[in-house]
Ligand binder design. Structure first.
Ligand SMILES: *Cc1c(COP(=O)(O)O)cnc(C)c1O
Length: 430
């Protein structure tokens, strides 16, 4: 059995080294600061704390209560809202909590199509299906890569859903919530924002502010542009007391029992860091995404939404039909040390053969890369996909570029190694 332990450790170490020498461009991934990370192996990991601070079911939770209260206070400060709940253990679980608390089975819920960038939460085979709610799809403007407001107003007036979800996993531009707000009010619908991808940009004041624009609820992951632990969060503003109560009970006992106290403690640290460093981090993250889009466009890549400046977020979408399609391109890039993902694009004929790749700047920004490095990354894409250079060559150059950027920035303890495998015990398990 000791062999298993050695194998798993060695593989985790190998995994860390691989990412250390790669260019990580997954839009939904980020790196945790050292002070947040160390809490993941604290004793908090071993404990249960069902309920809310001061109303627990188990003894021994006084310190957990303090940590949760601090975490809630930081969340309400960072996102300037009156309601927060940090018990959902992931973004999907946060979405389930909203559906459990604020929707009934067979109800109609507004959302976007998967091909237009929505998350699987909105799918019949995802959270929507689990709660048996029926999606009402917004009309989509492919050129502007956002909701088509006039046509969506007509749909909403005709169908009158009581809950409308705004938020995407291919999230290039802010959602036109402000413009749809009068229609939401007219039909008596609640606005719900899924900020999983853009939470760090919202917290850093560099994207839209959904709780001020017409949404009462914001559900999210806490580990994408917000560089926190893998966890979830619910935020709310302007909820009536009964709505807040139903939302909280959607989280617990609805879709969680224990809420992973070690990650909640890490979240408190990450929220405090975002209050301090989030504005500059979010600004550079968006600047880097724009720079990467521009640089790829100049090298002949079909980056979506050119007339609109490609993106206002951390994400860009590239149509790679000419380079061999999303699947082949993402695989070739990974072989050359550039980590991305294939992605459906609007108008894709087959969901099995996406014509796009999605690229994101959160992690490369986190290790200190700026606009200049985005140009160097675009050169690697060009060399591999247009100039026929070998993946071995590109992988070597990617590692050389990355070697200058292996420490964390925008956090307490900035400058510490980002990808180090923490060999905390150092014992041989024999
Ligand atoms: C990633 C994502 C989620 C799910 O978050 P997890 O923390 O992975 O469960 C939900 N909604 C959107 C829009 C996402 O992109």
């Amino acid at each position: 059995m000791a062999q298993v332990v050695r194998d798993i450790r060695a593989t985790a170490q190998h995994h860390s080294k691989r990412f250390e020498s790669a260019i990580p461009l997954i839009a939904s991934e980020n790196l945790l600061s050292p002070y947040a990370k160390e809490l993941l192996i604290s004793d908090l990991h071993s404990r249960y704390a069902e309920g809310l601070p001061g109303e627990r079911y188990y003894e021994g939770n006084e310190d957990v209560d303090h940590i949760e209260n601090v975490c809630l206070d930081l969340a309400r400060r960072l996102f300037r809202c009156s309601f927060a709940d940090v018990r959902p253990i992931s973004g999907t679980v946060a979405n389930l909590a909203v559906l459990k608390g604020l929707a009934e089975p067979f109800e109609l819920v507004g959302t976007s199509r998967l091909a237009d960038g929505a998350h699987i939460s909105s799918a019949s085979f995802g959270a929507f299906g689990l709660r048996s709610v029926k999606p009402v799809y917004y009309a989509w403007d492919e050129e502007r890569m956002t909701i088509d407001v006039p046509r969506t107003k007509e749909i909403l007036r005709a169908v009158r859903p009581k809950l409308c979800l705004f938020g995407l996993s291919l999230f290039l531009f802010p959602m036109p919530i402000d413009e749809l707000r009068p229609t939401l009010e007219e039909i008596g619908a609640r606005g719900w924002y899924d900020g999983a991808h853009v939470l760090g940009l919202i917290g850093g004041g560099q994207f839209q502010d959904p709780l001020r624009e017409g949404c009462q609820v914001l559900s999210s992951s806490t580990h994408k542009t917000l560089p926190g632990p893998q966890h979830g969060i619910l935020l709310g503003e302007g909820l009536e007391p009964d709505g807040a109560k139903r939302l909280a009970s959607g989280a617990f006992p609805g879709v969680t029992s224990n809420h992973h106290l070690h990650t909640m403690a890490a979240l408190a640290v990450s929220l405090a860091e975002h209050l301090e460093f989030g504005r500059e981090y979010a600004r550079q993250t968006v600047a880097n995404a724009k720079a990467l889009a521009q640089a790829l466009n100049e090298r002949g890549f079909d980056v979506l939404a050119e007339p609109l400046g490609f993106t206002q977020s951390h994400t860009i979408a590239v149509r790679v039909t000419n380079e061999g399609g999303g699947e082949a391109v993402a695989r070739a890039l990974a072989d050359a040390g550039i980590i991305s993902n294939k992605n459906l694009l609007p108008g894709d004929a087959s969901p099995k053969h996406p014509q796009g790749i999605r690229l994101g700047s959160p992690e490369v920004t986190r290790v200190g890369m700026k606009e200049r490095e985005m140009g160097r990354i675009a050169d690697l894409f060009d060399g591999l996909l247009h100039k026929g250079r070998s993946s071995d060559e590109i992988r070597t150059e990617a590692a050389q570029l990355k070697a200058g950027f292996t420490t964390l920035q925008y956090c307490f303890g900035a400058g510490e190694a980002a990808y180090r495998y923490y060999d905390l015990v150092g014992r041989d398990p024999s």
